[in-house]
Write a protein that binds this ligand. Structure first.
Ligand SMILES: Cc1ncc(COP(=O)(O)O)c(C=O)c1O
Length: 377
């Protein structure tokens, strides 16, 4: 079944033929006093509405198991929960700032070390040590849209007995399904495209690995951080329009990228595949689209603040993936937790701007960018 159909139909007709699933709000469930058993016991462990969402998440990724968390960071934290003392994790230098914060400020106290690599495509078996337990990859990366060859890194990591975890927030299962390429675990900030309306926070994990699934179910129960039934319901509803939204957002983004590349007021535009022909070929081999985020820098002499003040449509705000366009400055906003040296290694300059393209009309966005560029000159 196509993902457009799955997103709408997967949960239909499961309950009295209702075309939207019910919301089960109960925090606790009566048990049979004789067996002290029942299908549900307490909401943190399992909940029918969250379970429906988790079944939908698994279906979209072609996964055996899906898990829903209260935020993307809760999902990332849970995804890394099987790691322990003495383990090392390898990440790209260009990675979401909150992931960097978690890895740098939380994992060391658990005896877990980290290593950052500028271009994961150059990683070889010699770079992995006996301690290397996991690769945590964003492709495209946030915010420089670098591409990592997932098939190659899966082979490399698995030969070494290490896990590959992919943050697929920028692509979603509509554009990229890492589990089908052999990746062990996919996390997403569902706050972004899955939610799609800048009005909820959520995180997801999908996997085909039964042992990891047991660990993630345990993380839900033992650490909490699960998604509530009402937010699970809202996410189920939002996912129904995910393919439609993303297709339109992607189309408009391609028009904006082409337009900005032709403007002398723009010094550089980053978009999946823009860094090299090799990265473009890798991306084309593992994803079916380039998504709806770009980042760029204004040419020298242009005033960034005047440009941002002149913009009428994109709000100057963190986050991405919503129907409304947003623009931000990663160095001081989404990636402020990184040290200046880490930002430099990631290619995140002080002038870099990240634009998340919404579903406004492309002509209006192009005209808005043009008038703001004129105002910045
Ligand atoms: C790529 C990526 N992963 C994870 C997260 C964290 O998600 P959340 O804000 O839902 O905790 C974000 C948030 O911006 C992100 O951009």
């Amino acid at each position: 079944m196509h993902i457009q159909t799955l997103a709408v139909q997967h949960l239909h007709a499961q309950d009295l033929g209702a075309v939207v699933p019910p919301v089960h709000l109960a925090s606790t469930y009566a048990l049979d006093p004789a067996t002290e058993d029942g299908p549900y016991a307490y909401q943190r462990g399992a909940n029918p509405t969250r379970g429906q969402l988790e079944s939908l998440l698994a279906a979209l990724d072609g996964a055996r198991h899906g898990f829903a968390f209260a935020t993307g960071m809760a999902a990332t934290a849970a995804a890394l929960s099987p790691l322990g003392v003495g383990d090392e994790i390898i990440l790209p230098t260009s990675v979401y700032g909150g992931t960097y914060r978690f890895v740098e400020e939380v994992l060391p106290a658990r005896g877990i070390t980290s290593r950052y690599v500028a271009d994961l495509n150059q990683l070889t078996a010699e770079d992995l040590t006996p301690a290397t337990r996991a690769l945590f990859i964003e492709t495209p990366s946030n915010p420089t849209l670098r591409i990592t060859d997932l098939r190659r890194l899966v082979d490399l990591a698995h030969a070494h007995g290490a896990l590959v975890i992919v943050d697929n927030t920028f692509m979603t299962p509509v554009l990229q399904r890492p589990l089908e390429l052999g990746v062990d675990v996919v996390v997403q900030s569902a706050t972004k495209y899955l939610g799609g309306h800048s009005d909820l926070l959520a995180g997801t994990i999908t996997t085909n690995d039964d042992a990891l699934a047991t660990a993630y179910a345990h993380a839900q129960k033992a650490q909490g951080g699960v998604l509530s039934p009402s937010e699970s319901f809202r996410l189920i509803q939002s996912i129904k329009t995910l393919p439609l939204r993303l297709e339109r957002q992607q189309e408009t983004t391609a028009a904006i990228v082409a337009h900005l590349r032709g403007r002398e007021e723009i010094a550089v535009v980053h978009h999946p595949g823009s860094h090299s022909a090799e990265e473009a070929a890798i991306h084309a081999s593992q994803a079916t689209g380039t998504g709806a985020v770009l980042s760029f820098e204004l040419a020298e002499g242009l005033d960034r603040v005047r440009f941002l003040q002149a913009l009428r449509i994109p709000a100057y705000a963190v986050s991405l993936g919503g129907v409304e366009s947003l623009i931000c400055r990663p160095a001081t906003m989404t990636h402020e937790a990184m040290t200046p040296a880490a930002r430099e290694a990631a290619g995140i300059g002080d002038e870099l701007l990240r634009l998340s393209v919404g579903i406004e009309h492309a002509d209006d966005l192009l005209a808005d960018l043009d008038q703001a560029l004129s105002a910045a000159g």
